[in-house]
Write a protein that binds this ligand. Structure first.
Ligand code: RIB
Length: 299
């Protein structure tokens, strides 16, 4: 079973021909709302991959609370540990440019009310065969507490060090498995501007120093990872992205589900990379997360 302790947002998404520069105004083409939040997206991806998933987080008591949970509810994710805080549901203001790239500002809202006590409570019901998955959109003390308690209990811990906050490297070192994109990995490695070879060397160095499984997602270039002393590389699909929002979350959720379902590491990576590619083919974080059958057809 997988428990995701993380953020739940309502995404407010506008599309534009190109993303604006600071201080610039550009015309928008469309506007839509969609359920999002890194935690919720990852929980939904793991559920759609076929895993049994519990989401632990918080929404407000406002008009965004139910729509933010609707896709998870529909997929069958366990929502019995979602708190209802006396503040707004988290929101993400997202611009998607014509090339599929995006800019995001997140207002934490209810996500910011999660505490160390919530971490204690959720980890106390976990078994060593379980997986705990975290990201960095909820308060750092809660993430830290969950990681240290879960590791002490023998639970497998997976952290996606996104978004890139000051404590990303420190928290990244606390989990059994760390997932980062290129920029986040540079923070983890403490080295900027790496080329592909330097990145692989840094990956293997961190892996041998910490014993952690380290995974770096490289967008269209696929994924590299270090586990059990070996370097792994896999590719997603060749696609023309429409909207990349949530693609990294889809990768994380599918990857955790794959390991939980007993897939070997390479197969779990490849399936997750394909799922991440498919998530770029339509708009909205959660609406674009593919079902397992679609991913399997594209393997
Ligand atoms: O990773 C994508 C997510 O980041 C969006 O759904 C948005 O809510 C932000 O949290």
């Amino acid at each position: 079973m997988i428990t995701v302790f993380g953020s739940i947002n309502m995404d407010l998404v506008a599309t534009t021909e190109r993303l604006p520069k600071p201080g610039e105004t550009v015309a928008g083409n469309s506007f839509a709302t969609a359920a999002g939040g890194k935690g919720a997206n990852q929980a939904l991806a793991a559920t759609r991959a076929g895993a049994t998933v519990k989401m632990v987080g918080a929404v407000g008591k406002d008009e965004f609370a139910e729509p933010a949970l609707a896709e998870l509810l529909d997929a069958g994710t366990d929502l019995t540990s979602i708190a209802r805080a006396d503040t707004a549901t988290g929101t993400a203001l997202i611009l998607v440019g014509g090339d599929g790239e995006n800019m995001i500002a997140v207002v934490a809202g209810a996500n910011g009310t999660l505490t160390e006590d919530d971490a204690v409570k959720l980890v106390s019901s976990m078994a060593p065969s379980d997986t705990l998955m975290l990201q960095l959109e909820i308060p750092v003390p809660a993430v830290k507490k969950a990681l240290s308690l879960a590791r002490g209990r023998g639970v497998t811990t997976v952290i996606n060090i996104a978004p890139l906050i000051d404590e990303a490297a420190e928290l990244g070192r606390m989990a059994d498995i760390v997932i980062a994109n290129e920029t986040e990995f540079e923070r983890l490695a403490g080295q900027e501007g790496m080329n592909a070879d330097e990145r692989k060397q840094a990956l293997m160095r961190i892996h041998s120093e910490t014993g952690q499984t380290v995974i770096v997602t490289l967008g269209a270039e696929g994924v590299i990872a270090a586990r059990d002393g070996s370097l792994h590389e896999t590719k997603g699909l060749k696609i023309n992205p429409i909207d990349t929002v949530g693609a990294g979350d889809t990768f994380c959720g599918y990857f955790a589900a794959g390991l939980d379902q007993g897939l070997d590491f390479g197969t779990a990576l490849r399936r997750a990379a394909v799922a991440g590619s498919l998530a770029c083919l339509s708009q909205g974080a959660q609406p674009s997360i593919p079902l397992a059958a679609e991913v399997n057809r594209n393997l």
